[in-house]
Structures are given as C-alpha cells and as structure tokens.
Design a protein around this ligand. Structure first.
Ligand code: COA
Length: 335
C-alpha cells in the first residue's frame, strides 16, 4: 500500500482580461452588483481560435510535468475533468494524450463540474495507493465563455464564469504520513436541474429538436442556475464535507494550514471562513481575478498558493468543492 502526493502543479489562463465594466457593455449589469454579490472583478475569456479546453489543459500540464521533474513517458494515466469539452465525444483526455505525445496510456474523462478536480484527485489516489500506477496527470480545464448567454437574459450566470486550466502530477509516496490522507465524495441528483445545461442531450432536447425548431429564443442550450438555491446548499455541503474530512483523520480546524475552497463565489468562501473561524492566511481565494472556472478553479488556486510560498512541506492542506449535480467533495492532504 502506498500514499499519493502532488509532485507538480501548473496553471494557464488566457491573456484576454474581461472586466465587469466590459460585461456591462454587453448586458445590463454593473461592477457594483457583480462585486457585491460574487467578489469577482475580472475573468479571462479565450479569444476564439486561440485556445480550447484541451489546449489550455495541455499548457497547464506541461508546467506541472516540468515541476514534478519527470519525463512525460513516466506518466501512466490521464484524468481530465471538464464540463466544457472540445467535442461531445471523444473527451479531451485522448486529445491530451495526442497533443503531449504521451505513450498510449489510459485516458479517463470525468464530469462532476465544480467538484471535478476533487473527484479526479480521488480517482488518481486510488490507482496510486493500490500500486497500479506511479504517476498520474490530472487536469481541470474549462472554456465557458463561448457557451454563455452574453445578453441581459443570461446575466445571472454569465458574469460568474471564466476560462482557464490547472493541472497536477500525482505520484507514489512511500511515507504514509505524507500525501493525500483521505478524500470524500458526495452527490445528490435530486437537484440536478438546479444548475445545469440541458441541451443538446439525449434526454430532453436532441440536436435534431433544436435544428428543427430553430427558435432564436431557445434558452435550453445555455446553462441555468438557481443562484440562491445553489448558494444555500453550497454553504451547508462545504461545511459538512470539510468536517467529514477532518474527523476521518482525527484532525481539528486549528490543524488546517491552508483551505482551498472551489472558487464558486467569494461570499460562499467568506461564509465558510467565518463559520470555521479561519484567518485570512488559512484560506486562499483568487475568484476576484478569474471568476468561477469550475473544474479548473481548485488547481489554479492551489498552484498560485504554492507559487506564492503559502503552502510548505508538512502543511495540512484541505481542498473542498461543491457544484452542479449537486456534487461535492473534499481532500485532506499532508504536504
Ligand atoms: C448568482 C447570485 C450572485 C445572484 O445573487 P442574488 O442576490 O441571489 O440575486 P438574484 O438572482 O435574486 O437577483 C436579484 C436581482 O438582480 C438581477 N440580476 C441578476 N444578475 C444580474 C447581473 N449580472 N447584474 C445586475 N443585475 C442582475 C436579477 O434579475 C434580480 O432582479 P429583480 O430583483 O429585478 O428580479 C447568487 O445567487 C449566487 O452567488 N449564488 C451561488 C452561485 C454559485 O456559487 N454558483 C456556482 C456554484 S459552483
């Protein structure tokens, strides 16, 4: 039996900065409304043709591989988390295998939206623990901007989300006091439609329905979010799953050196911080700069925190996520 640890981290965001003021040129919104409710000041949007979900993921992965100090041929498996894949199928995992020129290793695509990175980490952890693989590349990447309703109709959703990618190399650790101590995953499909993109899908609206009806007012292929309901559930589930992780390892809130919450909304992160009475040094947020990048948000924030020297060897790092599904999860890591 082994443990797994994060040995390399990287992130990539497009250069194109979109401020709240820029959005107010496209829809009826304003900087004050967005900042007051979400804390977001700006986000990045891909300029069409310059990047895809996969190419952003590959750029983040190259940095993570270099920092892990391994050759790309030592990667045994790829896990890619996104809700905004380049193609309906195949998923981006195989595109990463191709673009990075990796050996014909397995490539797994997972969904799980905002919890995607924690789910990916948990899967990687199981493969490493059992000894099946030594090094796994995991990527969370999202290109939201081209799929959002950038009119006043979509403003409750479109101001929140941004584009970007984060990646990590998860490797074998023989010291069982270090690395990923545990992961905790949950779902509650009862609320699937409260934060969802319904079409095109094989359930309610087929591609052929959309083409046939050709309705310019069709909203079904834009994401829908019941914001207040999501907010209320998020604060409860974040709290539960952080507590679950701490209890599973006989740890206390005071043991946390760094909490990286999924960057859903700064108000949610602040609520969690207050609830657990954590200091500003114990929580890392960057939603102000990047918006909510869904599966990419935790690896981007984790990479930035690490780059800024805020995570040191021996630290207890807690990752926690909540999002569409609903799905939620946490990871307890001894760095
Ligand atoms: C989305 C969210 C910011 C909306 O804030 P809210 O206070 O709940 O706002 P409401 O949806 O009740 O809308 C309040 C008003 O602002 C308006 N509004 C919505 N989006 C707006 C925008 N971007 N700019 C200006 N006004 C906006 C609404 O139309 C509504 O107007 P009305 O009162 O005239 O009907 C908030 O619910 C939220 O953060 N939820 C959690 C979302 C989240 O974290 N998602 C990711 C999960 S992974």
């Amino acid at each position: 039996m082994f443990h797994s640890k994060i040995t390399g981290l990287g992130f990539y965001v497009p250069d194109n900065v979109v401020t709240n003021e820029d959005l107010s040129q496209l829809m009826d919104t304003n900087d004050e409304w967005i900042q007051e409710r979400t804390g977001i000041q700006e986000r990045r949007h891909v300029i069409r043709g310059e990047d895809t979900t996969t190419t952003m993921g590959v750029k983040a992965a190259k940095i993570a591989i270099e920092r892990a100090n391994i050759d790309k041929d030592e990667i045994d498996f790829i896990i890619f988390a996104t809700l905004s894949p380049d193609y309906y199928f195949p998923g981006p995992g195989v595109l990463v295998q191709r673009d990075l020129g990796l050996k014909t290793v397995g490539a797994l695509d997972i969904r799980n939206q905002c919890s995607g990175f924690v789910y990916a980490l948990s899967i990687a952890d199981q493969y490493i623990k059992t000894g099946m693989y030594k090094n796994i590349l995991i990527i969370g990447s999202e290109l939201h901007s081209h799929g959002l309703d950038m009119t006043t109709r979509g403003r409750g959703v479109s101001v929140i989300f941004g584009d970007g990618a984060g990646a990590a190399i998860i490797s074998r650790e023989t010291d069982l006091s270090k690395g990923i101590l545990s992961t905790h995953l949950h779902s509650e499909g009862q609320h699937a439609e409260e934060l969802a993109l319904i079409a095109p899908g094989m359930g309610k609206r087929w591609v052929t329905d959309i083409i046939h009806e050709n309705d310019p007012n069709d909203e079904s292929y834009f994401p829908y979010m019941n914001g207040q309901f999501v907010f209320k559930n998020a604060v409860v589930r974040f709290t539960e799953v952080i507590n679950e992780g701490l209890q599973a390892n006989q740890l206390e809130v005071a043991d946390i050196n760094m909490l990286i919450p999924h960057q859903a909304n700064l108000r949610i992160a602040q609520f969690i911080q207050q609830k657990f009475r954590l200091t500003d040094d114990q929580v890392y947020n960057n939603i102000m700069k990047y918006g909510n990048t869904t599966a990419a948000s935790i690896p981007i924030a984790l990479t930035e925190a690490w780059e800024q020297g805020k995570i040191k060897e021996g630290d207890l790092v807690v990752l926690a996520a909540f999002g569409s599904g609903f799905t939620w999860g946490s990871a307890i890591i001894r760095w």
